[in-house]
Design a protein around this ligand. Structure first.
Ligand code: ARG
Length: 459
């Protein structure tokens, strides 16, 4: 027998690099608290079911509670020789309370243990992510509130399309983040299922009470198939997938912030607090934070691809490959929480060059649809109206004459139905205000959506 906790059937020590290569303690110590909580619930269950004598269980509970304290005080030292967080903690417990610690692992395997820890971890993180998402949504709603009548070009193909309100633009991202919130909330349903009690893969002969363990740990359900319990990582994949979609949203937003801070657009200027300079070019003010968040979306999507690839050919049930499930999730949490926070502060403190935005809608023929709609409302078939306005735009581009510069006499030659009121319709602000169809950029729609958005945040 060797010194390992599993050393009974071994006569030789593992090669030195097997210990090192196989160890996960360098990263799974992140799960120390979850592991102790899982063990506490397990031993209380062993006591309740009389699988362990009460005195033994009480001793173990006291020992584990002391470990929780020592962990919080930063006093626990882990070692690669003890492989992972589970064996490290069990070893420390044994050193501190003696051989009775060996009874803790009755009716349990590291397979259901690590799955339990990981579920607890994801369950603990989801509310943090939702909180940051809602925080960012509030920033967007507050900004939108102040910018209902801020007019800017709306784009398709990155070409000026029709004027819109900056608030409408901001609220589009609000909607994306709302779906992210809902996805993370749904993620909770699958994270909230307890694997503990599945043991190694097949359940156990001991009369355990899994519902009791679930109650102790605050889970609303237990896995109903022990093979699935120890090998399922869908809850982690869902977390990574939700995070990837969320980062994709942030990355699109960042891309626009970067464009809009350029000399060519000049719609936004980031606060000095969220910009950086250049070590060689004194005039530079760079949107580094936006670029970094855009870049970090790649890292999070990579974490999703990494775990999907680990999982895709794994036979049931536990395989050591599953030890590769954790780092990408930890890294994702450490990436998305600050990304959300920094993005919110960056966009919330940026100055908005309202005149620049509105000016960009004056000379770009983005009121062409208004004129076509005007003609159509006078009875000219829309297709014909489109053709007429298209020709006016072509001529205007050659002569520098905008649609609002064409005289009423000239318009009358196109159609005697055109009146003085056409000029009102051609103003970009009017074009925005009038788009009052449900979900449109019209001011009344935006105001309705601001109320709806605030209600969703407060829900
Ligand atoms: N460190 C392992 C992991 O993260 C714990 C489970 C080990 N189980 C086993 N049968 N070797 O997956």
């Amino acid at each position: 027998s060797t010194e390992k906790l599993w050393g009974g059937r071994f006569t030789q020590q593992a090669a030195h690099w097997v210990d090192e290569f196989g160890a996960s303690i360098s990263f799974d110590q992140e799960l120390a608290d979850e592991d102790l909580q899982g063990s506490l619930a397990h031993v209380k269950m062993l006591k309740k079911t009389e699988i362990l004598p009460a005195e033994d269980a009480d001793q173990i509970v006291a020992g584990l509670e002391s470990l929780v304290q020592q962990l919080h005080d930063g006093k626990l030292k882990f070692s690669v020789e003890n492989e992972d967080i589970h064996l490290n903690l069990e070893k420390i417990l044994t050193d501190q309370i003696g051989p009775v610690a060996g009874k803790l692992h009755t009716a349990r395997s590291r397979n259901d243990q690590v799955a339990t820890d990981f579920h607890l971890y994801v369950k603990n993180q989801i509310p943090q992510v939702v909180k940051e998402l809602k925080h960012l949504q509030q920033v967007l709603v507050d900004l939108a509130q102040d910018n209902v009548e801020t007019i800017m070009p709306g784009y398709t193909h990155l070409q000026h399309a029709q004027p819109i309100s900056y608030a409408h633009y901001l609220l589009a991202y609000f909607e994306m983040f709302q779906r992210d919130v809902e996805r993370f909330e749904f993620n909770m349903k699958h994270a909230d299922i307890l694997p503990l009690g599945a043991a190694a893969l097949a359940g156990t002969t001991f009369p355990i009470d899994r519902e009791f363990s679930a109650q102790e740990l605050g889970f609303s359900d237990v896995y109903h198939n022990s093979l699935d319990a120890v090998s399922d990582r869908d809850f982690a994949l869902e977390f990574l997938s939700n995070s990837s979609i969320m980062m994709m949203h942030l990355s699109r937003f960042c891309e626009e912030v970067i464009l809009w801070c350029s000399f060519e657009f000049n719609y936004l200027e980031l606060s000095d607090k969220y910009s950086t300079g250049s070590s060689i070019m004194p005039q530079k003010k760079n949107p580094d934070m936006a670029e970094l968040i855009r870049g970090k979306s790649g890292r999070v999507i990579g974490n999703l691809m990494g775990l999907l690839t680990v999982m895709k050919s794994l036979p049931l049930a536990y395989n050591k490959d599953l030890q590769e499930d954790k780092e990408g999730v930890f890294d994702t949490v450490k990436t998305i929480l600050p990304s959300l926070k920094i993005f919110g502060e960056m966009i919330g403190t940026a100055s908005i060059h309202k005149e620049k935005m509105e000016e960009a809608t004056q000379n770009d023929f983005s009121n062409a649809t208004e004129l076509a709609d005007y003609l159509a409302s006078k009875g000219i078939p829309f297709r014909q109206a489109h053709e007429i306005v298209g020709e006016l735009v072509l001529k205007g581009l050659q002569t520098g004459k905008r649609l609002q510069d064409i005289t009423l006499e000239e318009y009358k030659q196109i159609s005697p139905l055109i009146e003085e009121d056409v000029y009102h319709d051609l103003e970009s602000k009017v074009a925005v205000e009038r788009r009052n169809s449900l979900g449109g950029t019209g001011f009344a729609q935006i105001k309705k959506n601001l109320v709806r958005a605030q209600n969703l945040i407060d829900a």
